[in-house]
Design a protein around this ligand. Structure first.
Ligand code: PSU
Ligand code: MN
Length: 302
Protein backbone atom coordinates (compact mmCIF):
# COMPACT_ATOMS: atom_id res chain seq x y z
CA UNK A 1 0.00 0.00 0.00
CA UNK A 2 1.51 3.36 -1.01
CA UNK A 3 0.76 6.51 0.98
CA UNK A 4 1.67 9.95 -0.34
CA UNK A 5 4.21 11.76 1.85
CA UNK A 6 1.52 14.26 2.79
CA UNK A 7 -0.89 11.58 4.02
CA UNK A 8 1.86 9.64 5.79
CA UNK A 9 3.10 12.77 7.60
CA UNK A 10 -0.43 13.80 8.57
CA UNK A 11 -1.23 10.38 10.03
CA UNK A 12 2.11 10.14 11.83
CA UNK A 13 1.65 13.63 13.28
CA UNK A 14 -1.94 13.12 14.38
CA UNK A 15 -3.30 15.64 11.88
CA UNK A 16 -6.82 15.23 10.39
CA UNK A 17 -7.17 13.13 7.22
CA UNK A 18 -10.31 12.44 5.16
CA UNK A 19 -10.48 9.45 2.81
CA UNK A 20 -12.29 9.90 -0.52
CA UNK A 21 -13.43 7.13 -2.85
CA UNK A 22 -12.63 6.94 -6.54
CA UNK A 23 -15.47 4.90 -8.03
CA UNK A 24 -17.72 7.93 -7.93
CA UNK A 25 -15.03 9.70 -10.00
CA UNK A 26 -14.35 6.91 -12.50
CA UNK A 27 -17.80 5.36 -12.83
CA UNK A 28 -20.31 7.64 -11.12
CA UNK A 29 -19.76 10.93 -12.95
CA UNK A 30 -19.41 11.81 -16.64
CA UNK A 31 -16.02 12.83 -18.11
CA UNK A 32 -14.52 15.45 -18.10
CA UNK A 33 -16.58 16.87 -15.23
CA UNK A 34 -15.37 14.03 -13.03
CA UNK A 35 -11.76 15.26 -13.10
CA UNK A 36 -12.82 18.74 -12.00
CA UNK A 37 -14.93 17.27 -9.23
CA UNK A 38 -12.09 15.06 -8.00
CA UNK A 39 -9.87 18.11 -7.61
CA UNK A 40 -12.68 20.19 -6.10
CA UNK A 41 -13.43 17.57 -3.44
CA UNK A 42 -9.78 17.48 -2.38
CA UNK A 43 -9.81 21.30 -2.17
CA UNK A 44 -12.91 21.19 0.06
CA UNK A 45 -11.12 18.83 2.48
CA UNK A 46 -8.15 21.20 2.58
CA UNK A 47 -10.42 24.21 3.14
CA UNK A 48 -11.78 22.43 6.22
CA UNK A 49 -8.22 22.07 7.52
CA UNK A 50 -7.69 18.37 6.79
CA UNK A 51 -5.58 16.35 4.35
CA UNK A 52 -7.47 14.56 1.53
CA UNK A 53 -6.60 10.95 0.74
CA UNK A 54 -8.31 9.81 -2.45
CA UNK A 55 -7.92 6.05 -2.72
CA UNK A 56 -7.48 3.93 -5.86
CA UNK A 57 -5.42 1.00 -7.16
CA UNK A 58 -2.83 1.81 -9.82
CA UNK A 59 -0.88 -0.96 -11.55
CA UNK A 60 -1.84 -3.35 -8.78
CA UNK A 61 -0.73 -1.07 -5.96
CA UNK A 62 -3.30 0.42 -3.57
CA UNK A 63 -2.69 4.17 -3.32
CA UNK A 64 -3.83 6.19 -0.31
CA UNK A 65 -3.58 9.75 -1.55
CA UNK A 66 -3.10 10.52 -5.23
CA UNK A 67 -1.02 13.08 -7.11
CA UNK A 68 -2.82 15.31 -9.62
CA UNK A 69 -1.56 13.12 -12.48
CA UNK A 70 -2.82 9.98 -10.72
CA UNK A 71 -6.19 11.59 -10.03
CA UNK A 72 -6.47 12.47 -13.72
CA UNK A 73 -5.61 8.90 -14.63
CA UNK A 74 -8.50 7.64 -12.53
CA UNK A 75 -10.81 10.19 -14.14
CA UNK A 76 -9.80 9.72 -17.78
CA UNK A 77 -8.68 6.08 -18.16
CA UNK A 78 -11.63 4.40 -19.86
CA UNK A 79 -10.34 0.94 -18.95
CA UNK A 80 -10.16 1.59 -15.24
CA UNK A 81 -11.98 -1.13 -13.35
CA UNK A 82 -14.41 -0.91 -10.47
CA UNK A 83 -12.93 -2.64 -7.43
CA UNK A 84 -14.77 -3.82 -4.34
CA UNK A 85 -12.86 -5.28 -1.40
CA UNK A 86 -12.83 -8.77 -2.89
CA UNK A 87 -11.18 -7.46 -6.06
CA UNK A 88 -8.15 -5.98 -4.31
CA UNK A 89 -6.08 -9.18 -4.20
CA UNK A 90 -6.67 -10.18 -7.84
CA UNK A 91 -5.94 -6.59 -8.90
CA UNK A 92 -2.72 -6.56 -6.87
CA UNK A 93 -1.57 -9.93 -8.18
CA UNK A 94 -2.33 -9.10 -11.80
CA UNK A 95 -1.16 -5.48 -11.76
CA UNK A 96 -4.59 -4.09 -12.62
CA UNK A 97 -5.76 -0.53 -12.10
CA UNK A 98 -9.14 0.30 -10.65
CA UNK A 99 -11.26 2.79 -8.82
CA UNK A 100 -12.30 1.68 -5.35
CA UNK A 101 -15.91 1.50 -4.20
CA UNK A 102 -17.04 2.42 -0.70
CA UNK A 103 -16.17 -1.10 0.48
CA UNK A 104 -12.63 -1.18 -0.90
CA UNK A 105 -11.99 2.46 0.04
CA UNK A 106 -13.18 1.95 3.63
CA UNK A 107 -11.03 -1.17 3.95
CA UNK A 108 -7.86 0.53 2.67
CA UNK A 109 -8.52 3.74 4.60
CA UNK A 110 -8.97 1.87 7.88
CA UNK A 111 -5.79 -0.12 7.23
CA UNK A 112 -3.92 3.13 6.69
CA UNK A 113 -5.27 4.46 9.99
CA UNK A 114 -7.78 6.95 8.58
CA UNK A 115 -10.88 7.38 10.75
CA UNK A 116 -13.18 9.53 8.53
CA UNK A 117 -14.34 8.93 4.97
CA UNK A 118 -16.67 10.93 2.71
CA UNK A 119 -18.67 9.68 -0.25
CA UNK A 120 -21.94 10.38 -2.09
CA UNK A 121 -24.34 7.56 -1.40
CA UNK A 122 -23.58 4.08 -0.10
CA UNK A 123 -24.42 0.94 -2.00
CA UNK A 124 -27.11 -1.25 -0.48
CA UNK A 125 -29.91 -3.69 -1.13
CA UNK A 126 -31.20 -3.42 -4.69
CA UNK A 127 -34.90 -3.46 -5.53
CA UNK A 128 -35.95 -6.92 -6.61
CA UNK A 129 -33.51 -8.49 -4.16
CA UNK A 130 -35.78 -11.52 -3.88
CA UNK A 131 -34.95 -12.54 -7.43
CA UNK A 132 -31.43 -11.15 -7.98
CA UNK A 133 -29.87 -11.12 -4.46
CA UNK A 134 -27.96 -7.96 -5.39
CA UNK A 135 -26.73 -6.39 -2.17
CA UNK A 136 -23.71 -4.11 -2.32
CA UNK A 137 -20.60 -5.43 -0.62
CA UNK A 138 -20.45 -1.98 1.02
CA UNK A 139 -22.80 -3.16 3.79
CA UNK A 140 -20.90 -6.26 4.84
CA UNK A 141 -17.57 -4.44 4.84
CA UNK A 142 -18.94 -1.55 6.92
CA UNK A 143 -20.23 -4.09 9.42
CA UNK A 144 -16.64 -5.09 10.24
CA UNK A 145 -14.61 -1.92 9.72
CA UNK A 146 -14.17 0.91 12.20
CA UNK A 147 -14.59 4.00 10.09
CA UNK A 148 -16.99 6.94 10.05
CA UNK A 149 -18.60 7.35 6.63
CA UNK A 150 -20.29 10.63 5.80
CA UNK A 151 -22.84 10.04 3.04
CA UNK A 152 -26.20 11.31 1.79
CA UNK A 153 -27.79 7.99 2.69
CA UNK A 154 -27.83 5.21 0.16
CA UNK A 155 -28.48 5.68 -3.52
CA UNK A 156 -32.21 6.13 -4.11
CA UNK A 157 -32.07 3.57 -6.91
CA UNK A 158 -31.97 1.00 -4.08
CA UNK A 159 -34.54 -0.51 -1.76
CA UNK A 160 -33.98 1.99 1.06
CA UNK A 161 -36.08 0.33 3.82
CA UNK A 162 -34.45 -3.05 3.10
CA UNK A 163 -31.01 -1.45 3.21
CA UNK A 164 -31.75 0.19 6.58
CA UNK A 165 -32.97 -3.15 7.89
CA UNK A 166 -29.76 -4.84 6.75
CA UNK A 167 -27.69 -2.14 8.47
CA UNK A 168 -29.61 -2.81 11.67
CA UNK A 169 -29.11 -6.56 11.37
CA UNK A 170 -25.41 -6.09 10.66
CA UNK A 171 -25.03 -3.80 13.68
CA UNK A 172 -23.92 -0.69 11.82
CA UNK A 173 -24.65 2.57 13.67
CA UNK A 174 -26.59 5.19 11.69
CA UNK A 175 -27.02 8.82 12.78
CA UNK A 176 -28.84 11.53 10.87
CA UNK A 177 -26.97 14.82 10.66
CA UNK A 178 -29.43 17.55 11.59
CA UNK A 179 -32.33 15.29 10.69
CA UNK A 180 -34.40 12.47 12.15
CA UNK A 181 -35.04 11.09 8.67
CA UNK A 182 -32.69 9.05 6.53
CA UNK A 183 -31.64 11.17 3.54
CA UNK A 184 -32.64 10.09 0.03
CA UNK A 185 -29.34 10.75 -1.78
CA UNK A 186 -30.69 13.06 -4.53
CA UNK A 187 -33.52 14.00 -2.15
CA UNK A 188 -33.42 15.57 1.29
CA UNK A 189 -35.33 12.65 2.79
CA UNK A 190 -36.09 9.05 1.94
CA UNK A 191 -39.13 9.21 4.23
CA UNK A 192 -37.57 6.58 6.52
CA UNK A 193 -36.80 7.45 10.16
CA UNK A 194 -33.39 7.14 11.83
CA UNK A 195 -32.99 6.34 15.52
CA UNK A 196 -30.29 8.92 16.29
CA UNK A 197 -29.65 12.52 15.34
CA UNK A 198 -26.48 14.57 15.80
CA UNK A 199 -26.52 18.31 15.21
CA UNK A 200 -22.90 19.43 15.10
CA UNK A 201 -19.52 18.12 13.92
CA UNK A 202 -18.55 17.93 17.62
CA UNK A 203 -21.44 15.56 18.34
CA UNK A 204 -20.54 13.37 15.38
CA UNK A 205 -16.91 13.30 16.54
CA UNK A 206 -18.10 12.39 20.03
CA UNK A 207 -19.89 9.32 18.64
CA UNK A 208 -16.68 8.29 16.88
CA UNK A 209 -14.75 8.67 20.12
CA UNK A 210 -17.39 6.69 22.00
CA UNK A 211 -17.07 3.84 19.49
CA UNK A 212 -13.31 3.81 20.08
CA UNK A 213 -13.74 3.96 23.85
CA UNK A 214 -16.28 1.14 23.93
CA UNK A 215 -14.07 -1.16 21.90
CA UNK A 216 -15.75 -4.39 20.90
CA UNK A 217 -16.02 -5.69 17.36
CA UNK A 218 -15.16 -2.98 14.86
CA UNK A 219 -18.00 -1.55 12.79
CA UNK A 220 -18.66 1.67 10.94
CA UNK A 221 -20.59 4.78 11.88
CA UNK A 222 -22.79 6.10 9.11
CA UNK A 223 -23.27 9.86 9.34
CA UNK A 224 -26.24 10.47 7.04
CA UNK A 225 -26.09 14.05 5.83
CA UNK A 226 -28.95 15.25 3.61
CA UNK A 227 -28.48 17.39 0.51
CA UNK A 228 -29.72 20.95 1.17
CA UNK A 229 -33.37 21.27 0.17
CA UNK A 230 -32.59 24.07 -2.32
CA UNK A 231 -30.22 21.73 -4.15
CA UNK A 232 -32.23 18.52 -4.11
CA UNK A 233 -33.66 16.96 -7.26
CA UNK A 234 -37.36 17.68 -7.82
CA UNK A 235 -38.99 14.69 -6.05
CA UNK A 236 -41.67 14.16 -8.73
CA UNK A 237 -39.06 14.20 -11.52
CA UNK A 238 -36.90 11.85 -9.46
CA UNK A 239 -39.67 9.29 -9.01
CA UNK A 240 -40.72 9.39 -12.64
CA UNK A 241 -37.25 9.04 -14.16
CA UNK A 242 -36.19 6.41 -11.64
CA UNK A 243 -39.14 4.21 -12.60
CA UNK A 244 -38.07 4.47 -16.26
CA UNK A 245 -34.42 3.81 -15.36
CA UNK A 246 -35.23 0.63 -13.45
CA UNK A 247 -37.39 -0.61 -16.34
CA UNK A 248 -34.63 0.17 -18.86
CA UNK A 249 -32.00 -1.67 -16.80
CA UNK A 250 -34.23 -4.73 -16.63
CA UNK A 251 -35.05 -4.60 -20.34
CA UNK A 252 -31.36 -4.38 -21.24
CA UNK A 253 -30.39 -7.15 -18.83
CA UNK A 254 -27.91 -5.02 -16.86
CA UNK A 255 -26.56 -7.00 -13.88
CA UNK A 256 -23.81 -7.08 -11.24
CA UNK A 257 -21.31 -4.24 -10.97
CA UNK A 258 -22.78 -2.52 -14.01
CA UNK A 259 -26.17 -1.84 -12.39
CA UNK A 260 -25.24 1.18 -10.26
CA UNK A 261 -23.26 3.09 -12.95
CA UNK A 262 -26.01 2.33 -15.50
CA UNK A 263 -28.79 3.73 -13.32
CA UNK A 264 -26.79 6.82 -12.28
CA UNK A 265 -25.96 7.61 -15.92
CA UNK A 266 -29.58 7.06 -16.96
CA UNK A 267 -30.80 9.53 -14.35
CA UNK A 268 -28.23 12.14 -15.38
CA UNK A 269 -29.23 11.85 -19.02
CA UNK A 270 -32.99 11.85 -18.48
CA UNK A 271 -33.06 14.71 -15.96
CA UNK A 272 -30.94 16.92 -18.27
CA UNK A 273 -28.17 16.89 -15.69
CA UNK A 274 -30.34 17.85 -12.71
CA UNK A 275 -29.63 14.56 -10.92
CA UNK A 276 -25.92 15.13 -11.46
CA UNK A 277 -26.11 18.57 -9.83
CA UNK A 278 -28.02 17.15 -6.84
CA UNK A 279 -25.51 14.31 -6.57
CA UNK A 280 -22.61 16.79 -6.59
CA UNK A 281 -24.28 19.05 -4.04
CA UNK A 282 -24.70 16.05 -1.74
CA UNK A 283 -21.10 14.94 -2.17
CA UNK A 284 -19.74 18.45 -1.56
CA UNK A 285 -21.74 18.74 1.65
CA UNK A 286 -20.51 15.35 2.79
CA UNK A 287 -16.88 16.18 2.10
CA UNK A 288 -17.15 19.48 4.01
CA UNK A 289 -18.78 17.77 6.98
CA UNK A 290 -16.20 14.96 6.96
CA UNK A 291 -13.48 17.61 7.10
CA UNK A 292 -15.16 19.27 10.05
CA UNK A 293 -15.53 15.96 11.91
CA UNK A 294 -11.92 14.99 11.19
CA UNK A 295 -10.63 18.31 12.54
CA UNK A 296 -12.66 17.80 15.73
CA UNK A 297 -11.15 14.34 16.16
CA UNK A 298 -7.62 15.50 15.38
CA UNK A 299 -7.46 19.18 16.31
CA UNK A 300 -3.75 19.46 15.42
CA UNK A 301 -3.62 21.59 12.30
CA UNK A 302 -1.96 20.41 9.09
N1 PSU B 1 -22.09 7.15 -4.67
C1 PSU B 1 -22.17 7.99 -5.73
N2 PSU B 1 -21.74 7.50 -6.93
C2 PSU B 1 -21.18 6.24 -7.06
C3 PSU B 1 -21.09 5.40 -5.92
C4 PSU B 1 -21.57 5.91 -4.75
O1 PSU B 1 -22.63 9.13 -5.61
O2 PSU B 1 -20.76 5.89 -8.16
C5 PSU B 1 -20.43 4.03 -6.00
C6 PSU B 1 -19.73 3.77 -4.67
O3 PSU B 1 -18.39 3.50 -4.96
C7 PSU B 1 -20.42 2.56 -4.09
C8 PSU B 1 -20.78 1.84 -5.35
O4 PSU B 1 -19.57 1.83 -3.26
O5 PSU B 1 -21.28 2.90 -6.17
C9 PSU B 1 -21.78 0.74 -5.09
O6 PSU B 1 -21.78 -0.13 -6.18
P1 PSU B 1 -22.43 -1.58 -6.05
O7 PSU B 1 -23.90 -1.31 -5.93
O8 PSU B 1 -22.06 -2.29 -7.33
O9 PSU B 1 -21.83 -2.22 -4.83
MN1 MN C 1 -24.26 -4.70 -6.73
Amino acid sequence: MRLTDEVRDALAGGAPVVALESTIIAHGLPRPRNAEVAAELEALVRAAGAVPATIAVLDGEPHVGLTKAELDRVAYDEDIRKLGTRDLAPAAALGASGATTVSATAFLAARAGIRVFATGGLGGVHRGWVTVQDESADLGLLARTRIAVVCAGVKSILDVPATLQRLETLGVAVVGYGTAEFPGFYLRTSGEPVDWTVSTPEEAAAVVRAQDALGGPPSALIVANPVPVAEQLDPALHDRVLTDALAAAEREGVTGQAVTPYLLAYLTEHTAGASLEANLAAVRGNVRLAGEIATRLNPRSV
